[in-house]
Each structure stands twice: as structure tokens, then as C-alpha cells.
Design a binder for this molecule. Structure first.
Ligand code: CAA
Length: 686
């Protein structure tokens, strides 16, 4: 046997062990010996039962994603599952860690699945823009029913062992030494002598499907898919499992898989899978990380409270500092309210809520931060305020404590210089709501020590964030590019587009919402204050703010929000205001198409990304994609702005930017040299 697959015989029970670190993916060098092992064991009279197990921390976590897009080397997973499923002796999958994608499909080829208490099982292929291509869409519904299978396959979210047991996906759940339990389990099954019905022949559950209810669910899913093909194909495949004979449904699944795996959407989503993992890698592996046991957070407002919750949710005790007892009480009350909402929604137990709340210690005294290993400042966005706080922290924090600021724009080198320990200072730019949003921009200042940086990158992963390391500049990666995207919004309005036309062009592109809806949601006053501080103006947005139209929170912004609703309704008053301002400037309105809207907003965004790469503010183009997908809702099916630039054609983007630059003279349209090079070489390499 190869080193990737080994077989041991324990008194007539063959244990096939897959050993392909780190996640036991089903690479070619696993599939080939696995197929041989199964065929041999099928014909071996000394073997009464077969266990499929894995070495290391996890069961098979899926197909080997690095093999996608390359010529398939046989045997394919489907062929292995077919051989496995035809074996008459009892077969069982011993699942620990995660059984995902092709891993779960392999397990579905067994008569039985036995899981460790901590195991998680799922078919996450949809997140890679594909569907389970190894029979998962046809076999899973036969165990858990079409409705549950639809939910699991379309969401891609794995379920825990107990839930899997309740749903009929696993046959037993054990704690402790899984191999011993599984061998005993399968011996007992062999002793009982069957019947050992392959999953493909179990039709009882799917026969009960309420097809009308199923189709209603699918119609809803298709609406929510926002142009993504994979969720729709997943739903179609599960429906086929119910309506077509097994082999036909399997063939249809294959056809859908082949189509999806070759699509730009799937390429984009696979790009993002690896991009997220790449972003967390720092040069210099041997850096010893600092120990983080307690976290301090300064400011219990929306941002500070969210940040404190993010750490508490990750298991860290948090000291929360405010300027007054009243502000502290309010902040802690909001945190408690947020957890209560989670309990009401069923995503948190009462017990877990109590445990989370017990993690918080409130204070109004800086000296109480002395035992914190990381302190995150989330106070008012003002340099003088930040400097004063960091001066105080310098006096009280223990030596080696990491001092972080959550600033969205300010110069962190300047903040660091207000302490005697700039090597310990960095930026942790969370996105609101900080306990929910995945993205964390980690800002490396000029003097930040490598071990401080490595510590927070690791910490980000521990609290479930997707981290991207960026350099110091106004707005870092995300907000700097957002400014470039927004720079033409006003001009488009004045030239004749309405807020809802612009927002629709964005949602048609795949964004969850357009720039004006987003502005209304975030609060228009934030940008207004920011502009005033920098001596900038935006004629429409400024006028709206002067009228007290701050967005959703005031019931009026670019749109109307009636009776506390979050649904934006176009407002004729705003449209009249825009036309009035345009007339003052002598602009005659014209019809503006969606293509122009995308060109004038997203091409400058990409151009700014190129400048960010040239300046070394981001290390990789894929880091920028990770920022935009996880922090700003850039459509996953387009892979992030820099990946999409490749799909769209950098040469086209450069051409159109030149056109707009000539027409308007605006700097945002002046193609960055790196973008011009990308148009020639196809690479973002600086
Ligand atoms: N193929 C190839 N490489 C994989 C992989 C896969 N399926 N899954 C993980 N890896 C790699 C990662 O890229 C990473 O590599 P580096 O260390 O070089 O960056 C390494 O394994 C460890 O992965 P993580 O950092 O993600 O480790 P984790 O412990 O945080 O998470 C995991 C483990 C939950 C398994 C996570 O890696 C994961 O979700 N993997 C993908 C699972 C998946 O999507 N499976 C379906 C594959 S498609 C399929 O199976 C199609 C089909 O129908 C046949």
C-alpha cells in the first residue's frame, strides 16, 4: 500500500486509513490506492467488515481543490464510491474532525457512518461555486430528506454530530477512542447479519417529499442567489434526486458539476478560498508569538462594544474602559441586549450568554488595563484624542502589551510616535458590526515589531476573523478604495442618474446593496463629518445632511424609510434636489446606462487597488480581493476587484479609464502604471 492509504486487519475487520496531511483531501495519490484497497478487501474472504478512517485531526475534508481546472486523473471519486457502495460486507465511515465535500460523499458510499462527538459534516462545495460532484446531491436526500439536504447543500454549512444523528445522516455518535467504538459497532452489525442496504437503494425518505413546498423554497433560494449559479444548480440536483431514477439523477449531477467547475464564478470562488489562507501568511515563520490572555477595549460605543464582543466570543476575558460610569453602563447594557437577541434567535444558549457576559469587566480607570496583553482603542476618530489615550496607555500598560487602534483613516505612525514603544503599536481595523463582520485589516505601522504582528494575525484567526495585513495610508486598503469608488457617485447623479438607478446597477452586478443604500445604512453624517474635517464637499450628500437626512436612522436619506422600515423608497424630493443642483451647474441631464455606472465607479476602484499594490500597502492583489469580499460585499462570484479585473480584461479597463480621464481630467481615472503593466502582462506582480 502507498503511504497515503494503509490497511490493518483487526480480527476480520479491515481498517482502511487515509493519511494525506493536512486535511486528508482526496488527491490522486489517495484515490488510486484507495480504489485498489477497496477492490482487494471486497474480494478478501478473511475480511468480514470494512472501516474507512483517517489519520490526523480530520476525516477527509473533500476533493483536492488544487486539482480543479487540471485534467482529471482516474479513478474519480464517483468510481470509488460506486465500488464501495457495491460491497456486500458491512462498511462504515469513522468520522472525526470534518467530513466535508468529497469526504462526506465517500462516507455516503458506506452502509454506516459513525461520528466522534465533535465531528462536523457538510457539503460546502457551493462556497467554491460548484455542487457536490461525487453523488452527494443524490445520496444525502435519501438519508436526511430533500428539505434538509437542500438546506445543507445550498448553504454549504456543516452540521454537528448530534444534529447529523438526529437527521439520520450518522448512525452512532461516540466520545473517546473512535476506532475502538467503530470496530465494535461494525462487529455488532456484522453479527446481526444485515440487511446492509446501500444508500442509493433507500427511497423511503425521499418518497415523502412535499414537492410543492420544495419548489417554493427553491424559488426563494434562486431569488437570494444574486446571480450565483451554484446554489441554483444545487437545488436542481436535489430536486432531481427526488424526481428521477438514481442513475439518471447522478448523471445530471455530473453534468451540472462539469459545467460549474469550468465557470468563471467557480474559478473566482476557488481563488478566494486560497486567497483567504494566503492573506494570513507572514514572511518569517520562526517568530515567537506573544501570549494573549486578557484583552482591553477602550470605548464601549457601537464599535468598541462590537470589538469587545468579538474577543469575548473568541473566549477572551475583556476589560472594557469608558470615560464615565454612565457610558460604561450603557455600553454593557447594549452588549447584554445583543446577546439576548442571539438567544431569542436560537443562535446562542442561555448558558453561553451567561458565560459570555461573565467575560466582561467594566472600568473607568486606565490603571485597570495594566493586566491586559492587548489593548484595542476604539474611541472618537480624532488624532488629538487618540494621542492622549496612547500617552495614558504608555504609562499603564505592561511591557510587551500590544497597543492597537481601531482607526479607519488616521496615521498610525503618528499615533505610535506618541508612545515610548512604537514597536508595540499597530492598527486593528474592525468592520461594523465588529462581532459579526469577518474582515479585520491589520495595519502594520513603520515600527511595528514582527512578533506583535504575527501575534495579532494568529489571534484574528482564533476569533474567527479573516485577517489581511496592510500598510499605513489614509483609509488603508478598503476605505481608500471605497473613496475612489464613491468619487463619481455625485457626478453620475448630477449628470442624470438617480440613486435607485445607480444602486440597481450595483445589485444587478451582484452586490448586496448599492452605494446609496449603503450610505443610508451606515449614516450619511459620518462621511459629512469626515469631509468637513478635510475641507471637502459633496453637494448632494452635504445638502441632505444639512436637512437632517442622515439615512435610515432618521427615516430619510437618499431614500425614504417609512414607519421604521428598512426598505428604501425612492424620494421625489431628493430627485428634485439633484435636478436643481444640476441646473445650478448648467448640467443637462441625460440617460446613463448600467455599463457606464459600473465603469465610472468600479474601474477607479481597481485603479486605486493597483496604486495600493505599487506602494506596497497591500502585499498581494488577492489580499485586496479578500478585503473587498469580506468587508464590503464585493460579489464572491466575481472573486474580488482585482480578480474581476482579469476577467473583465485589464486592457479594456485601461482603455476606458483613459477615455474618462481625457473627458474629465479627474485623477481617479488616470491609469496606474501597474494597471497598464497588468494589461500587457496579465500579472499584478509589482
Ligand atoms: N483541497 C486542497 N487543499 C485544502 C483543502 C482541499 N479540499 N482543504 C484545505 N486545504 C488546505 C488549505 O489550503 C491549507 O493549506 P495551506 O496550509 O498551504 O494554506 C491547509 O489545507 C489547511 O487548511 P485550513 O487553513 O483551512 O485549516 P483549518 O483547520 O482552518 O480548516 C477545513 C480545515 C475546515 C477542512 C478547511 O480547510 C476547509 O473548509 N476546507 C475546504 C473543504 C471543502 O470545501 N471541501 C469540498 C471540496 S470540493 C469537493 O469535495 C468536490 C466534490 O464534490 C468531489
Amino acid at each position: 500500500m502507498s503511504s497515503s492509504v494503509s490497511v490493518a486487519n483487526e480480527g476480520g475487520v479491515a481498517i482502511v486509513t487515509i493519511d494525506n496531511p493536512p486535511v486528508n483531501a482526496l488527491s490522486f495519490h489517495v484515490r488510486e490506492p484507495l480504489m485498489q484497497a477497496l477492490a482487494a478487501l471486497r474480494d478478501d474472504a478473511s475480511v468480514a467488515a470494512i472501516v474507512i478512517a483517517c489519520a490526523g485531526r480530520t476525516f477527509v475534508a473533500g476533493a483536492d481543490i488544487t486539482e480543479f481546472g487540471k485534467p482529471m486523473q482516474h479513478p474519480e471519486l464517483r468510481a470509488i464510491v460506486a465500488v464501495l457502495e457495491a460491497i456486500a460486507k458491512p462498511t462504515v465511515a469513522a468520522i472525526q474532525g470534518t467530513a466535508l465535500g468529497g469526504g462526506l460523499e465517500l462516507a455516503l458510499g458506506c452502509h454506516f457512518r459513525v461520528a466522534d462527538q465533535g465531528a462536523r459534516l457538510g457539503l460546502p462545495e457551493v462556497k467554491l461555486g460548484i455542487l457536490p460532484g461525487g453523488g452527494g446531491t443524490v445520496r444525502l436526500p435519501r438519508l436526511v430528506g430533500a428539505a434538509k439536504a437542500l438546506k445543507m447543500i445550498v448553504s454549504g454549512t456543516p452540521i454537528g454530530a448530534d444534529e447529523a444523528y438526529g437527521a439520520g445522516l450518522v448512525d452512532a455518535v461516540f466520545e473517546g477512542d473512535l476506532t475502538t467504538h467503530v470496530v465494535n459497532f461494525v462487529r455488532e452489525m456484522a453479527r446481526k447479519g444485515g440487511p446492509f442496504t446501500p444508500v442509493r437503494d433507500r427511497d423511503d425518505v425521499i418518497k415523502e417529499t412535499d414537492l410543492a413546498a420544495f419548489d417554493a423554497e427553491v424559488a426563494d433560494l434562486a431569488r437570494k442567489a444574486r446571480g450565483l449559479e451554484a446554489p441554483v444548480a444545487c437545488a436542481q440536483a436535489v430536486r432531481n434526486a427526488v424526481t428521477l431514477p438514481f442513475d439518471e439523477a447522478l448523471a445530471e449531477e455530473r453534468a451540472l458539476f462539469v459545467k460549474l467547475v469550468a465557470s468563471d464564478q467557480s474559478r473566482a470562488q476557488r481563488h478566494l478560498f486560497f486567497a483567504e489562507r494566503e492573506a494570513a501568511k507572514l514572511p518569517g515563520k520562526d517568530v515567537v508569538k506573544r501570549r494573549i490572555a486578557r484583552v482591553g477595549v477602550i470605548g464601549a460605543g457601537t464599535m468598541g462594544g462590537g470589538i469587545a464582543m468579538a474577543f469575548a466570543n473568541g473566549g477572551f476575558p475583556v476589560t472594557l474602559l469608558e470615560t464615565s460610569q454612565e457610558a460604561l453602563r450603557r455600553g454593557l447594557a447594549t452588549i447584554e441586549k445583543n446577546y439576548t437577541v442571539s438567544v431569542a434567535r436560537g443562535s446562542l444558549s442561555e448558558d453561553a450568554k451567561r458565560q459570555r457576559l461573565a467575560q466582561f469587566k467594566g472600568t473607568v480607570d486606565h490603571a485597570d488595563l495594566a493586566d491586559c496583553d492587548l489593548i484595542v482603542e476604539a474611541a472618537f476618530e480624532d488624532m488629538a484624542v487618540k494621542k492622549e489615550i496612547f500617552g495614558k496607555l504608555d504609562a499603564v500598560a505592561r511591557p510587551g502589551a500590544i497597543l492597537a487602534t481601531n482607526t479607519s483613516y488616521l496615521d498610525i505612525d503618528e499615533i505610535a510616535a506618541s508612545t515610548s514603544r512604537p514597536q508595540d503599536v499597530l492598527g486593528l481595523h474592525f468592520f461594523s458590526p465588529a462581532n459579526v463582520m469577518k474582515l479585520l485589516e491589520i495595519v502594520r505601522a513603520e515600527k511595528t515589531a514582527p512578533d506583535a504582528l504575527a501575534t495579532v494575525v494568529d489571534l484574528a484567526r482564533r476569533i474567527g476573523k479573516v485577517a489581511v495585513v496592510v500598510g499605513v495610508c489614509h483609509g488603508f486598503v478598503g476605505n481608500r478604495m471605497l473613496a475612489a469608488r464613491g468619487s463619481e457617485s455625485e457626478a453620475l447623479l448630477l449628470e442624470g442618474a438617480t440613486p435607485s438607478q445607480i444602486d440597481k446597477a450595483f445589485t444587478d452586478f451582484g452586490w448586496p446593496m448599492g452605494p446609496f443604500q449603503m450610505g443610508d445604512l451606515a449614516g450619511l453624517d459620518i462621511g459629512w463629518r469626515n469631509r468637513k474635517a478635510r475641507g471637502l464637499t459633496a453637494v448632494i450628500a452635504d445638502t441632505l445632511c444639512e436637512q437632517g437626512r442622515f439615512g435610515q436612522k432618521t427615516g430619510r436619506g437618499f431614500y425614504l424609510y417609512e414607519n421604521g422600515s428598512r426598505m428604501p423608497v425612492p424620494d421625489p424630493e431628493v430627485e428634485a434636489l439633484i435636478r436643481g443642483k444640476a441646473a445650478e451647474k448648467g448640467i443637462v441631464p441625460r440617460t446613463i446606462g448600467a455599463d457606464e455606472i459600473i465603469e465610472r465607479t468600479l474601474y477607479p476602484l481597481i485603479n486605486e487597488g493597483a496604486k495600493i499594490l505599487e506602494e506596497g500597502i497591500a502585499a498581494r492583489a488577492s489580499d485586496i480581493d479578500v478585503v473587498w469580499v469580506n468587508g464590503y460585499g464585493f460579489p464572491v462570484g466575481k472573486g474580488g476587484p482585482m480578480f474581476w479585473a482579469g476577467l473583465e480584461g485589464a486592457a479594456r479597463i485601461v482603455g476606458r479609464l483613459r477615455y474618462w480621464h481625457e473627458r474629465t481630467g479627474k485623477n481617479v481615472f488616470k491609469p496606474a502604471p501597474l494597471l497598464e503593466r497588468m494589461a500587457e502582462t496579465g500579472s499584478w506582480q509589482v
